[in-house]
Design a protein around this ligand. Structure first.
Ligand SMILES: NC(=O)c1ccc[n+]([C@@H]2O[C@H](COP(=O)([O-])OP(=O)(O)OC[C@H]3O[C@@H](n4cnc5c(N)ncnc54)[C@H](OP(=O)(O)O)[C@@H]3O)[C@@H](O)[C@H]2O)c1
Length: 248
């Protein structure tokens, strides 16, 4: 069974649909026959995606967008790709810089993991979730979060970004455990560099620091990430964290 099998679910929300990985994955889902809604502040998305302007750091904007989703439930897939990197020495970080990283890179994921399952179909599950365990019943609704290889690589200058993403990995494991009885899978992509606007904002010296640590030292593509999502969906896997080209 593939992600676009007739047996599979059909309605997906992609956050970060206006750019980079989120835009690419939203587009691929549309190609594969999914009904896709895309969230971003700009409110733009590739052709075929219903684009909605949402600021995930703004409480009212988030609640209004969530309410709109409720009227279209059930939702079968959440790809939470919205995120932002920050490169700054730890000793120079302001409270505002920490707050911004918390709000977008962790709080938004925490809220979506709490709220989105209520919009998903409830499926009976006999499977208990452990890391990487295969869930036995199908089809399964799924949530995909994003971490980064900056977590295992422990890169200087990326402290708040890596801290929030490390917590997102733990959030994935916790949510996979707690949502297993509802038949909802939760997995996390942790890519190496992907050629997007986010990667292009990383200073050259910091980019070099990353590339020296990766094997092979090539960029990850959005298509590889999509293939990983397909594979999880096909295998009903939950509680997985997929690092691209990282040495831990
Ligand atoms: N690119 C890489 O090398 C790389 C590597 C590892 C992990 N990642 C992770 O992959 C994910 C996607 O990154 P990307 O490279 O595709 O980044 P990107 O091209 O910069 O896209 C980021 C997306 O997040 C949205 N966004 C930012 N702030 C938002 C907010 N407050 N509310 C709603 N949407 C918001 C942006 O849309 P608006 O500006 O329109 O709001 C944009 O669509 C991120 O979680 C990132 O940490 C990326």
């Amino acid at each position: 069974m593939t992600i676009n099998s007739p047996l599979c679910s059909r309605r997906a929300l992609v956050t970060g649909s206006s750019s980079g990985i989120g835009a690419a994955i939203a587009s691929r889902l549309v190609q594969d026959g999914w009904e896709v809604t895309g969230w971003s502040r700009r409110g733009t998305a590739p052709t075929g995606v219903q684009a909605v302007a949402v600021d995930l750091c703004d409480d009212q904007s988030y609640q209004e967008a969530l309410q709109e989703l409720r009227s279209q439930a059930p939702w079968h897939l959440l790809i939470h790709a919205a995120g932002q990197a920050a490169i700054q020495p730890m000793l120079l970080l302001s409270d505002a810089a920490w707050e911004q990283q918390w709000q977008l890179n962790l709080r938004a994921a925490c809220r979506l993991v709490r709220d989105f399952p209520r919009l998903m179909p409830r499926l009976p599950s006999s499977a208990e979730s452990n890391q990487g365990e295969v869930m036995t019943n199908s089809p399964r609704p799924m949530i995909v979060l994003f971490s980064t290889v900056a977590v295992p690589l422990v890169l200087a200058g990326e402290t708040p970004y890596a801290v929030m993403k490390a917590a997102t990995e733990q959030l994935t494991l916790q949510a996979a455990k707690e949502l297993a009885p509802m038949g909802i899978a939760v997995n996390c992509l942790a890519p190496g560099p992907v050629d997007t606007p986010l990667w292009r904002t990383v200073p050259a010296t910091a980019q070099q620091q990353v590339m020296e640590r990766l094997d092979p030292s090539t960029l990850t593509t959005p298509e590889e990430l999509y293939q990983q999502i397909q594979s999880w969906y096909q295998d009903h896997r939950t509680g997985s964290i997929a690092y691209s080209r990282a040495s831990r």
